[in-house]
Design a protein around this ligand. Structure first.
Ligand code: ADP
Ligand code: MG
Length: 394
């Protein structure tokens, strides 16, 4: 496999119809866009393409309509927001493939862009269907993928489709994702510190193993830490953990010590009777009561993590330190978010929930890179070949 990936800057897009795969899968509530950061993230590519006279056809998925038309998952509100933010007139098509849609795309004028209705209304999308891709390909001359968040999925618009174009590459957002994550994957400055948290060890085994080969320190919080603590024989009360992953956690701890990677687990925790409790109790890690659950890392742990993060030359953070959606259990994640923001090294945060924590704290600008892809960023760091990247390679 060749791995050369061209940037939109190197593609001949002048005056041509460009199929631009974007990730506009934003949270919607009652037909309103709740968080438009993914829409904002593609604006530089739109501007670049428009300035060069491209005729843009944008396409995205939203939610999981499973191949059927689900009116609540129409891209209508997303298209409206895109129009407000970009200043373009956004022509939303009724579907992906009808004659009317073809006509809208064919008639595109300057200052207009077309937005295909939700790709996942078509069963062919998630099935990576060749026939569906061939029909989509008729709509454009050039293919550009700027949807990093979807790059790890072998779906038609990111996998089968780009192979049908000679002129294909990635957009500016994708390029910035690849630049930042490639730096962490192949030549991260040292010391390199990774902070991992979130709900499960099992979601992140691959990246845990890959990071152990590269980092100087691995800091673990969140429910993921519960499994590691239990693996060391500590009673974790009613905490969320994965009993079937205790042996794995033990072998990761062993591997870290063999490789001289500093593996830091929380030394204190915030516990409560249940996730709806209005406040938590700070306890040392070996003092979790039988009837309580650990829902955040404690202040001593935050301080210890901060001491590792501040002098680091590279930091990668994925996964919150606790149930940060609830105020009594948000301090650990906010503390780590602040430490990452205060670190003068190269700092990257990825993962839907971790990024939400950073945004909630208003600290996104102080990171070198905030990844728009959760699963995709982990698979990339793991060293996996992402279908969406392989398919745009030339
Ligand atoms: P990301 O989206 O950043 O990759 P994950 O999806 O892996 O992160 O995990 C985030 C979820 O894990 C959040 O909903 C958070 O509330 C939950 N979580 C983290 N720590 C705990 C904990 N100690 N107990 C219960 N839930 C937790
Ligand atoms: Mg998540």
């Amino acid at each position: 496999m060749s791995t050369r990936i061209r940037s939109i800057a190197d593609l001949a897009i002048e005056g041509r119809r460009v199929f631009l795969r974007v990730d506009l899968n934003v949270p919607l509530e009652a037909g309103r866009v709740q968080d438009d950061s993914r829409i904002r993230a593609v604006l530089p590519t739109l501007k670049h393409a428009a300035e060069r006279g491209a005729r843009l056809l944008l396409a995205s998925h939203a939610g999981r309509p499973k191949g059927r038309r689900v009116p609540e998952l129409s891209l209508e509100p997303i298209g409206q927001r895109l129009a407000e933010l970009s200043g373009f007139e956004v022509l939303l098509t009724d579907d992906c493939l009808s004659e009317a849609t073809g006509k809208i795309v064919a008639d595109l004028r300057e200052g207009q862009l077309a937005l295909l209705e939700n790709l996942r209304f078509e069963a062919g999308e998630e099935a990576d269907d060749e026939g569906f891709a061939r029909e989509l390909a008729k709509l454009a001359d050039v293919y550009v993928n700027d949807a990093f968040g979807a790059a790890h999925r072998a779906h038609a618009s990111v996998s089968a489709l780009p192979r049908l174009f000679n002129e294909r590459g990635v957009g500016l957002l994708m390029q910035s994702e690849l630049d930042a994550l490639e730096r962490l994957r192949s030549d991260a400055p040292r010391p390199y510190v990774a902070v991992l948290g979130g709900a499960k060890v099992s979601d992140k085994i691959g990246v845990l193993e890959a990071l152990l080969e590269r980092v100087d320190a691995l800091l673990i919080g969140g429910a993921m830490a519960n499994t590691f603590l239990a693996a060391q024989g500590l009673p974790m009360g009613r905490s969320l953990l994965e009993p079937d992953r205790l042996p794995l956690a033990r072998s990761l701890i062993q591997r870290a010590s063999e490789r001289d990677v500093k593996l830091l687990l929380p030394s204190d925790l915030v516990v409560a009777a249940n996730p709806d409790a209005s406040e938590g109790l700070i306890v040392r890690t070996h003092e979790v009561p039988d009837d309580a659950m650990a829902l955040d890392i404690g202040p001593l742990s935050v301080e210890a993590f901060r001491q590792q993060i501040l002098p680091a030359k590279a930091v990668f953070w994925n996964g919150p330190m606790g149930l940060f959606e609830k105020k009594p259990f948000a301090s650990g994640s906010l503390g780590v978010a602040r430490a990452g923001a205060d670190c003068p090294g190269f700092t990257v945060v990825g993962g839907g929930d971790s990024v939400a924590a950073v945004n909630q704290a208003g600290l996104a600008e102080r990171y070198d890179h905030v990844s728009t892809g959760g699963g995709a960023s982990l698979e990339f760091l793991e060293g996996k070949v992402l279908p969406g990247l392989q398919a745009v390679s030339t």
